[in-house]
Design a protein around this ligand. Sequence first.
Ligand code: NCD
Length: 316
Amino acid sequence: MLKGRSLVEPGDFTLEEMDGLFNLAEKIEEDSSFLRESCRGKVLATLFFEPSTRTRLSFEAAMLRLGGSCLGFAEPGSSSAAKGESLADTVRTVACYADLIVMRNPKEGAALLASRYADVPVINAGDGGHHHPTQTLTDLLTIKRLRGKRKEGLRSTVQGLTVGFCGDLKFGRTVHSLAKTLARYENLNMVFISPGELKVPEYITTLLEQQNIPYREITGFEDAMPILDVLYMTRVQRERFFNEEDYIRLKDTYVLSPDKLERAKKDLIILHPLPRVNEIAIEVDTDPRAAYFKQAKYGMYIRMALISGILGVDHA
Ligand code: NCD
């Protein structure tokens, strides 16, 4: 039962609970009319202290499609945070007005803190370079839809896959959440492709070692291309750099272009949480293996499933 629960980091839900969400999202994709008015009278608050397009709008679209309402801010400058209000006070207040809070904040740990102070469930929509669990649900639903069978658990879908992560693996929270979640399944491999300065944090590689998940850390993505089943591209996270020069030096390290895909598998799945800057050439968009815009669409279905689960909507 997800009713009344917060989602702060990917490990908060069991694999069975995640399978329940994927199944519900697949049903919603087919025909969501059975949930159309299910959240009537409920209010979702979106508190975004950092920029967002997909995450905030897909949450709001999801709530509106469930018949509920949304309030919130997309810019901290328009909230009392600009006057110096603490996060604890902001979320305690918003919890008086809303049934569910979705929050993005530049500070690692902000979502955990919010979940401790708010009287309503809190969903972490990104806390600094730490985690982004609903992007992970989106990524996994996309892999399941493109690779898996209806009603089959995700464990079977990801069996034997080699998943490559490329780009800013140090600051990219979507990478941290996805790698940590994939590590909960057995029998898969990971390849981390990044410049030395943007390597995946050690806590992730330690976790993989503990779970006996084979992984490699490399700097050139051409070498890995022929073995990958999933390629997860990410942008270099400019806002987390201490100086602009380092960002400029590293930002175009990897640019996925059609020639680089010549040696890739025919059924490779190319994912990107978006926004893309330069790391995928627009010519790749028409390649049938490019799945990042589908991924953005699945984000709304999984968030409809998640909201209805946390608000305790009857799916009967
Ligand atoms: C990601 C994020 O905010 O971490 N975007 C998203 O939610 N889809 C990735 C990014 O900003 O690079």
